[in-house]
Design a protein around this ligand. Structure first.
Ligand code: SIN
Length: 302
């Protein structure tokens, strides 16, 4: 019996299964209970599904911070979040995404993370490979429907669907991305107002190809967003802005988007090279939202 089969039997879980969302991105992985340990072979299948579907969810998980960190480390070195104020106390690798307030009325986590379309770590020379969110509290409306969904767009599919002439036009182009751009956009949309100001180092631009090649799948992915990409290098500002707008809209058009509706116990994983995401802020206290996030650092070879 293979190690993988042994683990599946030991965990008492149903057989490993990948159920696509029916959208260009998104799939549910069934038959895995992270709290019982996951064999290398199963981890490799989760990673394959993540590369195929860009965002995958494992539902009904009951995991500790240590278990989330251990699971995340399988995918690579973890990266500390740029805003250390919101780390889960005692855990350098785990950040809280939450609208919950502490006893002094201060947010315990990032209140409005991801309120513009973006991909994590675009402002770094080696952008983050993957991000993972574990849902602990999820807000609901008065009918019990979940609020605060997260939208994901498949940026590899977006590239693939471009006309050949546009693909040719994008060859060799590079975009300059920065967190300062994202903050400016979020402030304009009345979000992220209470975050500590960015340091000079955090304001630095990172230049990346407009079409990135995925380090594992070799897929070509559009790597531009209106919020993060301030300019196209070596292009007149007006022409560059128009291109950024055109590509950003193309990536996040409705037919390219999967909407993740959260349940408590969801562990959601996404690939940052081949997807973009947007958190919807359609809830407010006393509707509470609390998730724990880990981030896998980029490869040095990017
Ligand atoms: C993020 O962009 O990391 C946060 C996503 C979310 O809160 O749904």
């Amino acid at each position: 019996m293979s190690t993988e089969a042994t683990i599946e039997q030991r965990s008492g879980a149903a057989a490993f299964e990948v159920v696509p969302s029916g959208r260009p991105a998104g799939a549910e992985i069934r038959g895995v209970d992270i709290s019982r340990g996951v064999a290398d072979g199963v981890m490799a299948r989760i990673r394959d599904a993540l590369h195929r579907w860009k965002v995958v969810v494992l539902r009904n998980q009951r995991i500790t911070p240590e278990q989330q960190i251990a699971f995340s480390r399988y995918f690579g070195r973890l990266e500390r979040h740029v805003i250390p104020e919101y780390l889960v106390p005692g855990y350098h690798d785990l950040v809280r995404v939450s609208n919950v307030l502490d006893d002094h009325g201060k947010p315990i986590g990032l209140v409005d993370a991801g309120r513009v379309w973006h991909t994590d770590g675009h402002f770094l020379p080696q952008p983050n490979l993957y991000s993972m969110l574990y849902a602990i509290e999820i807000p609901h409306d008065t009918n019990g429907a979940p609020l605060g969904p997260t939208l994901f767009a498949n940026s590899a599919h977006a590239y693939e669907q471009l006309p050949a002439s546009t693909k040719a036009r994008l060859q060799g182009l590079r975009g300059a991305n920065s967190l300062a751009n994202v903050y400016a956009r979020m402030h304009a949309e009345n979000a992220a107002k209470n975050r500590p100001p960015l340091t000079e180092a955090q304001k630095r631009e990172a230049v990346h190809p407009v079409v990135r090649t995925h380090p594992f799948t070799g897929e070509k992915c559009l790597y531009v967003s209106r919020a993060a990409t301030g300019r196209i290098v070596d292009m007149e500002p007006q022409e560059g802005d128009a291109l950024i707008g055109e590509l950003s809209d193309w990536i996040v058009r409705d037919e390219n988007v999967y909407t993740h509706r959260w349940q408590v116990g969801d562990l959601l994983l996404w690939d940052n090279c081949s997807s973009q995401h947007l958190a919807v802020g359609d809830y407010a206290l006393p509707q509470r939202r609390l998730l724990h996030r880990t981030t896998v650092a980029g490869l040095d070879t990017f």
